[in-house]
Design a protein around this ligand. Structure first.
Ligand code: BTN
Length: 245
């Protein structure tokens, strides 16, 4: 059940990972809507257990959600957070990043932000989800090895942005979208409208299965990338490397 004030934001200085801190709080019974924002993380992580560099200047935020949805629909949460992060970038920095399946936000083809959805379930019941948003805000990658692949709001706008205000703007957008989400509305069509690589031809590499080539047509309500191959058969892709061809 949603509270009148849908979230509580706690600001931390330096932590291992806001995901780990929030998981501990969730396991001790924290309520839906608890959000942890850290100035820096020394063990920030991304999808596929990759490291997420988290020096001061970025936004490192995790949110605890307890939607009553089947586990199979939990990837809708990633789409929801991605759309709310786009809302916040538009409001604060007047830029509109492009979501990239399954969890990135891009600007000028470089990574601006990533979403990490971690689920805790018993059987097919979702107990809680911890959703992390990492965004490059005031980071400067001009002298960094990440220069070719990463970009920040400051690099895009030439302005410093207040991470606290950005976090609150994002959470306001998220919880305003969350009201319709918990009533059963799926964000997949809105997300697919802007999604990279919808409308493009790609090759999917997903061993041990044979590579697949085809046109990306959209996203299913449960978050799979939909691809039509040259024989006209539709495939739903859950994981794999998606390479433009
Ligand atoms: C990705 O692109 O792979 C997702 C990156 C998610 C990073 C955020 S930063 C806040 C939260 N804490 C973490 O350790 N990771 C997520």
């Amino acid at each position: 059940m949603m509270k009148a004030q849908p979230y509580t934001l706690i600001h931390l200085k330096r932590v291992s990972s806001t995901q780990d801190w929030l998981r501990e709080w969730a396991q001790m019974g924290a309520q839906e809507g608890l959000a942890l924002l850290a100035d820096e993380q020394y063990a920030g992580r991304g999808r596929l257990s990759r490291r997420w560099e988290s020096p001061p200047g970025g936004l490192y935020l995790s949110i605890l959600l307890k939607p009553e949805i089947p586990l199979a629909l939990a990837s809708r949460l990633t789409m929801l957070v991605s759309l709310a992060a786009i809302d916040a970038c538009k409001d604060i920095a007047h830029i509109r990043p492009t979501p990239k399946w399954p969890n990135d936000l891009l600007a000028h083809g470089k990574k601006l932000a990533g979403v990490l959805t971690e689920l805790h379930s018993s059987g097919s019941h979702l107990e809680f989800a911890i959703i992390g948003l990492g965004m490059n805000v005031n980071n400067d990658f001009t002298q960094s090895p990440l220069h070719d692949t990463a970009i920040s709001l400051k690099m895009l706008t030439n302005k410093h942005h207040d991470v606290n205000i950005l976090a609150k703007t994002f959470l306001d957008a998220l919880f305003s979208r969350y009201l319709t989400f918990i009533q059963g509305e799926s964000p997949h069509l809105e997300w697919a409208q802007r999604l990279e690589p919808v409308g493009r031809r790609v090759r999917v590499e997903h061993p041990p299965r044979a590579p697949l080539e085809g046109l990306v047509t959209g996203v299913s309500p449960d978050g799979a990338l939909l691809i039509i191959d040259d024989a006209g058969q539709e495939h739903a892709i859950w994981a794999g490397d998606i390479i433009p061809v």
